[in-house]
Design a protein around this ligand. Structure first.
Ligand code: ZN
Length: 317
């Protein structure tokens, strides 16, 4: 059972199954004016419903009279098979079917011999992402925490997070030991390419505000690129002032190394531990300590797995 209540509905995606690109659950709309090729992606993780709610809303609008003005807009429901496997009684299991879809995005993995249901879908979607200029990848978090933008480790990623202007917290990080994320795939992660990507964690997976947060991020992303009518987007976004954003730079990724891993106490998302050297976990025979003062605990995983990220430790810039 979930430790967190499920406060959001899971929309039926049947209407979007056929797509209009030859790939199931992938839609593409072209504007009348030239502009960048944008992509909004949902369901990289199958139980992170917020992006599906946002894309469902966007597609309903685009089928109900709203049109893309500038550039091209592609909408991807990524790991739909995992989403369809969602079971309220074991809601964590539908994150993925065989493996994490968001650790596959290097050429060596995509071109490799290995296969899984996630790799089949990633290979199917790869050509889409190869043609995208700017990506918004909508996610949510295991534990309650304020929304956070994952800008990657390039200046352009940070610039996109600043241009979208929401949420308050921006994480500067280079990902996970276990494999490359979609947001870092190919030219998205290449500092010399103008292409860019932004991953936004919109809140706890099933908390009430997670869907409106995802929509808010999406409308802001589309407004930044003038993809849809500005006045219409202004009304949706409302007159909230752009928050003062802060940058958190990852100073250490704690990867679980042994089966004998235990937190010394539960950590809250974005909590700050004042003193350097504070023991936060024991991994085998080793203590895991905070590397500096005012260490920010980014997305701690209560029950991590060997080889996977347990927590990212950050420092405010
Ligand atoms: Zn996710």
């Amino acid at each position: 059972m979930s430790e967190h209540p499920i406060e959001v509905g899971f929309p039926s995606l049947t209407r979007w199954r056929a797509g209009n690109t030859g790939i199931p659950y992938v839609w593409r709309m072209d504007g009348s004016e030239p502009g960048p090729h944008l992509c909004v992606t949902a369901l990289v993780h199958g139980n992170e419903v917020c992006g599906a709610i946002a894309l469902n809303a966007l597609l309903n609008e685009l089928h109900g009279g709203v049109s893309v003005q500038r550039g091209t807009l592609t909408m991807v429901f990524a790991n739909v098979d995992a989403y369809l496997s969602f079971d309220e009684k074991k809601p964590y299991q539908s994150r993925a079917l065989d493996e994490d879809f968001n650790r596959l995005w290097s050429a060596s993995t995509l071109d490799g011999e290995r296969s899984s249901r996630e790799l089949v879908r990633a290979r199917e979607l790869r050509a889409i992402y190869d043609n995208v200029d700017h990506l918004l990848d909508l996610h949510s978090m295991l534990e309650p925490a304020p929304p956070i933008a994952l800008a990657g480790d390039t200046a352009k990623g940070l610039a996109l997070a600043r241009a979208v202007g929401w949420p308050t917290n921006i994480l500067i990080d280079s990902g996970h030991v276990a494999g490359k994320r979609l947001r870092d795939y190919a030219e998205f992660g290449d500092a010399n390419s103008p292409k860019s990507a932004l991953l936004i964690e919109c809140g706890q997976h099933w908390e009430r505000d997670v869907a409106s947060n995802a929509c808010h991020a999406m409308w802001r992303f589309l407004r930044h690129f003038d993809a849809l009518d500005r006045k219409w987007l202004d009304d949706l976004i409302g007159d909230d002032a752009t928050p003062q954003q802060r940058e958190i730079e990852v100073s250490q990724v704690v990867t679980m190394r042994s089966e004998r891993f235990a937190w010394t106490r539960p950590l809250a998302g974005l909590e700050v531990i004042a003193k350097a050297g504070t023991v936060i976990a024991i991994d085998g025979d080793d203590a895991v300590r905070t590397p500096h003062d005012n260490a920010v605990m980014v997305m701690p995983v209560p029950n991590p797995k060997v080889g996977q990220t347990a927590v990212r430790i950050g420092r405010c810039r």
